[in-house]
Design a protein around this ligand. Structure first.
Ligand SMILES: Nc1ncnc2c1ncn2[C@@H]1O[C@H](COP(=O)(O)OS(=O)(=O)O)[C@@H](OP(=O)(O)O)[C@H]1O
Length: 392
């Protein structure tokens, strides 16, 4: 089926295509909107599988801030695993920094392995992840990883269009970084990303496995709607889902993709496309269960709070964006994959009181600087609580 564009229409069409009974979206009792503060205690044990190029850094920052404000422990990779849990190896508890255990949350990139995580995390942990529409995701992956992934480097004119004309001419499963070049979502989720497109049974079974483990599969295109579901699932406050968009490319680094190319990309990444279509539909089932009016109201509240945050932090209606390469403060410079690709970062006005600056920094710090900062502050806290324990 083609790429879905519009929420409820998409859901209705998808269900019709699958021969499923119709959902009555606009009739019947609607549940009331979410309370600003839930009476139930907040759920604080969360695994967020950080998939690549899906808005996952924005989510990670949100979770880092949540963990910091609530004095929780975030499990981090041990130093030799770098920022990712020794990706692309399957996740193992050996990859975790031992001083970040026992943990409440885990969010750094990994290749998912359910059994290892379930052994590591508390029993009541909620599993969450995020998927993105395969064509725009692949365009982002292609641009970002072209200097690294051998399959992409082989393309004579370096264009996505040429790669997609005959992917198998360039792609070899054993190439360096090949997992960024085919069904990357499936790979990150621990699946077999090289299964052929004809193996629909595999895609179907894999979706079933993912659905069993994850309480919420967010969708990048409906990021705010997904956050409303997250807040409802975990009994979190509106403040807990506030964010500023991170890790976006500059406009000039993005390439337009024609409808023909979209279809080719979906066919090449057929398992990812299957996953996306399925979980996009289930997202809208969950949203309609909550009540679409209620969701719209919650999204509006979130965006209003975000506008206030931006005003407070930047003194203007829009954040002060800059390509990372031009940002002087290295703590605010996102990782740049190459000279050809600009990744957006932010700068704060000079004349700001310290409290506001500290508050705003937490929203705009990229993964490369927030990760070591949060790790250090966790270790310091541990050290204070247990002066005779291992030193930071
Ligand atoms: N809130 C929100 N909503 C929708 N899309 C968003 C959001 N935040 C980030 N982005 C887009 O996500 C892309 C970066 O994804 P990641 O942070 O997962 O990348 S990474 O794998 O961690 O490098 C990157 O996509 P591209 O700009 O197409 O590369 C971001 O623009």
């Amino acid at each position: 089926s083609s790429v879905c564009c519009c929420s409820s229409v998409c859901l209705i069409r998808w269900r019709a295509e699958q021969g499923l009974p119709r959902i009555r979206l606009f009739v019947g009792e609607r549940r009331s909107c979410l309370p600003l503060r839930f009476p139930a205690p907040k759920q604080t044990n969360v695994v967020f599988l950080k998939t690549h190029k899906t808005a996952s850094s924005t989510m990670q920052s949100l979770l880092f801030r949540f963990a910091e404000r609530h004095n929780l422990t975030m499990a981090f990779p041990k130093p030799s695993c770098s920022l990712q849990f020794c990706y692309p190896a399957f996740f193992s508890s050996n990859f975790v920094h031992p001083d970040t255990l026992p943990a409440n949350m885990i969010t750094s990139h990994m290749r998912f392995r359910k059994s290892a995580l379930q052994k590591l995390m508390p029993k009541n942990t909620r599993y969450i992840t995020i998927l993105r529409e395969p064509a725009s995701m692949f365009e982002s992956l292609f641009t970002y990883y072209s200097p690294y992934a051998k399959s992409f480097k082989k393309v004579p004119d370096g264009s996505l269009k040429t790669f997609m004309e005959d992917p198998l001419q360039y792609y070899k499963p054993n190439d360096a970084y090949s997992y960024y070049a085919r069904n990357t979502l499936t790979f990150d989720l621990g699946g077999e990303n090289n299964r052929p497109a004809t193996d629909v049974a595999y895609a179907h079974d894999f979706v079933g496995e993912v659905e069993k483990v994850f309480s919420l599969v967010m969708i990048s295109e409906y990021f705010d709607e997904s956050l409303v579901l997250l807040r409802n699932l975990l009994s979190w406050d509106l403040e807990d889902i506030l964010y500023i968009k991170l890790n976006a490319r500059t406009e000039t680094s993005k390439k337009k993709i024609s409808p023909d190319l979209v279809e080719k990309i979906r066919a090449w990444n057929s398992i990812d496309a299957y996953l996306y279509d399925y979980f996009n539909a289930t997202l809208w089932v969950k949203l309609s269960d909550l009540g679409l009016d209620c969701v719209a109201k919650e999204v509006q509240l979130l965006r209003q709070a975000q506008e206030r945050l931006i005003k407070r932090c930047f003194g203007s209606e829009t954040p002060r964006e800059q390509p990372g390469s031009q940002i002087k403060d290295k703590d605010l410079r996102p990782w740049q994959p190459s000279k050809e690709v600009g990744i957006v970062g932010y700068v704060l006005p000079e004349d700001m009181d310290q409290e506001t600056r500290t508050h705003c920094l937490k929203f705009i710090m990229p993964e490369v600087s927030y990760t070591p900062k949060l790790l250090r502050s966790q270790l310091e806290r541990q050290d204070q609580n247990n002066p005779s324990g291992p030193k930071v």
